[in-house]
Design a protein around this ligand. Structure first.
Ligand code: ADP
Ligand code: ZN
Length: 596
């Protein structure tokens, strides 16, 4: 472990291990299997990279995405580590070079896709090499219970037979208890230990809002966020384009990204986003799996996600550098109904569908809940915590409870008088006394409750009705055009039983959450040095053909712009400055800082 700590300092430039990192590394160095569940940005990579450097032979890292592999390999090479990625997109020469390195025992880490690894011949070849460790990244992909099952992962179950003496470390950011068990079973891990880190992402502020007038709400959200990078996830390709279009019209620097674009367009957009040339990406969930950008400051879900696993993984792409970030979720019944339809139409087994439906149900409860959102997520993943997190909307501005009995009675009365034939939007129009053509044509302007709720705005009605549905007082009938119906509980309310509702709060600018370390307080950062450092980094990235954060993270640049250094060696104290990078860059950086 002494050696491991030395490598952490010298090679990676970090002072100490985080939470569980050191026990995981120790465990792996004792040649034992491990299942590591750690949130995105938690520092999973070091758990196998450091053992790889401590041990004499090769470490194999299975990873599902080429972009992710290349990124990791670039980052390692910057640190002076012999690492390569082997996948189907390589030319013959490059592959041959990699084999040569392996044959001469000169490679420390080999990243490889699961299908390439398990291909006939290759796996036999490796079985004759000395392999110290096998790391399986995104290990949830091996399980059908996970949220991203990949058939090509199943073959990895043979690894234990082929490499009986090599320990396996399986890592993922997303696995509920069922998936955890299944990973162990599928990969045939032996006496493995489970390392479960807290899933809490303290630097992410989590908020959810009803999905009405979303563009206006997003624009409000983006005030004071100019120059910040973020992702807006949409359910459909069409939406990615229309949202991006509307933001551009308002002067935001955004682009759409979806599977309908050709490969070149997609990689161009992805590259420009990574290089901070595009600030906002409006994307389907296809975007993000392959990117490892550390300074994403916000993630917005324009539509409700399918499940909490996916949601948490997506918002987890924000704030990997540890700086404050935000997540904003929009939810609507229309989204929910759509997602349910996708599930119903799926050809899969019924048991699978019912799991998917209940996951969607949990997602919905999360979105509409007035409890601490972090705790709801943590509880979902089996980490029980009850003290309020202090970085979600419900903790920061607890929604005041009001007596909603009269509102509920108004809604029920209108539902009954329209003979249970209207959906949410029409019901609200009736209550608010709208003159919409369709409403008048149906004669809904003639009923007794027409206009009784006009003092309450549309968004608030939507919020109240959602809660009435959640409380079982109103039923939304998915099998009948999402019309609203009464339930056994409706009668009790009509007879006078009281109803508590939480008040609706519109999107407000969020207060700054104080989590920053002392040395990185904004006032300590010399902005003009920071700008110069960024320009320098952009040039480096361009010449070396790697993403900017592979050179240095924002956090490291800020550290450099904040230290009061009287000699060049002080640069080594900055978070993220290892020896190799110091040797490569310190003189240029020093000159640049001194020149101010
Ligand atoms: P994950 O794979 O879990 O999403 P990474 O391994 O990419 O996370 O790590 C996230 C970031 O945290 C990286 O920039 C990494 O260099 C940094 N990091 C990891 N461990 C430490 C540590 N002990 N001290 C400081 N930074 C760390
Ligand atoms: Zn909270």
């Amino acid at each position: 472990m002494e050696k491991a700590l030395q490598i952490l300092k010298d090679v990676f430039g970090y002072d100490q291990f985080r939470d569980t990192q050191s026990s995981i590394i120790e465990h792996v160095l004792h040649k034992k299997d491990a299942l590591v569940i750690m949130p995105t940005g938690g520092g999973k990579s070091l758990c196998y990279q450091i053992p790889a450097l401590v041990q004499p032979n090769l470490t194999i890292v299975v990873s599902p995405l080429i972009a992710l592999m290349n990124d990791q390999v670039n980052t390692l090479k910057q640190l002076g580590i012999e690492a390569e990625a082997l996948h189907s997109n390589l030319d013959e020469n490059t592959s041959r070079g990699i084999f040569e390195l392996i044959n001469n025992n000169r490679l420390k880490l080999l990243y490889v896709s699961p299908e390439r690894l398990m291909s006939e011949g290759f796996v036999q070849y490796l079985a004759h090499q000395k392999i110290d460790l096998i790391a399986i990244d995104e290990a949830h992909c091996v399980s059908v219970w996970g949220n991203d099952f990949r058939p090509e992962y199943v073959k990895l179950g043979q690894l234990k037979t082929l490499f009986p003496d090599t320990p396996t470390i399986a890592l993922t950011a997303t696995a509920d208890a069922l998936t955890q068990e299944d990973i162990i079973k599928q990969l045939k891990l032996i006496d493995s230990q489970l390392f479960l880190s807290s899933f809490e992402r303290k630097n992410i502020l989590i908020k959810a809002q009803p999905g009405q007038q979303r563009i206006e709400q997003i624009i409000q959200f983006l005030t004071n966020k100019t120059d910040q990078c973020g992702i807006i996830y949409c359910l459909s390709r069409k939406n990615t384009e229309s949202v991006s279009e509307k933001l551009r019209a308002k002067g935001f620097n955004s682009a759409a990204y979806h599977a309908g674009l050709n490969g070149d367009e997609r990689s161009l957009i992805q590259r420009r986003f990574q290089d901070d040339e595009i600030n906002i990406i409006c994307a389907t969930i296809a975007f993000g799996m392959g990117i490892d950008k550390s300074n994403i400051r916000f993630v917005i879900h324009y539509n409700l996600p399918k499940n909490i696993e996916g949601f948490y993984q997506e918002i987890g792409r924000a704030g990997r550098d540890g700086d404050d970030s935000e997540s904003l979720l929009f939810y609507s019944w229309a989204d929910r109904v759509n997602l349910q339809k996708f599930i119903d139409m799926n050809q899969a087994r019924d048991s699978f569908k019912s799991v998917q439906s209940s996951k969607l149900e949990r997602m919905w409860q999360f979105a509409t809940s007035s409890n601490c959102r972090t705790n709801t997520i943590l509880n979902y993943f089996g980490e029980y915590k009850s003290e309020p997190c202090g970085h979600c909307d419900n903790c920061l501005y607890p929604p005041p409870q009001i007596d909603g009995t009269t509102f509920t009675q108004m809604a029920l009365s209108a539902i009954i008088r329209t003979k249970e034939k209207v959906g949410i939007n029409m019901l609200i129009d009736i209550l608010r006394g709208s003159y919409k053509q369709e409403l008048v044509r149906e004669g809904f302007d003639q009923i007794k409750t027409y206009g009784v709720g006009r003092d309450i705005d549309f968004l608030s009605w939507n919020h109240y009705l959602t809660q009435m549905i959640n409380q079982g007082i109103i039923r939304l009938d998915i099998s009948d055009y999402s019309r609203l119906k009464t339930t056994p509980l409706s009668k009790e309310v009509l007879q006078g039983k009281t109803v508590q509702l939480s008040e609706f709060k519109k999107e407000k600018q969020s207060p700054k959450v104080k989590t920053k370390k002392l040395d990185l307080l904004d006032e300590n950062i010399n902005q003009s040095i920071l700008q110069k450092l960024k320009t320098w980094r952009a040039n480096q990235a361009k010449t070396q053909k790697v993403p900017a954060y592979v050179i240095f993270h924002d956090k490291t640049l800020k550290g450099l712009a904040a230290i009061k250094a009287d000699n060049i060696k002080t640069l080594l104290q900055v978070n993220g400055m290892g020896k190799v990078k110091y040797e490569k860059y310190s003189e240029e950086l020093w000159a640049l800082i001194q020149d101010n």
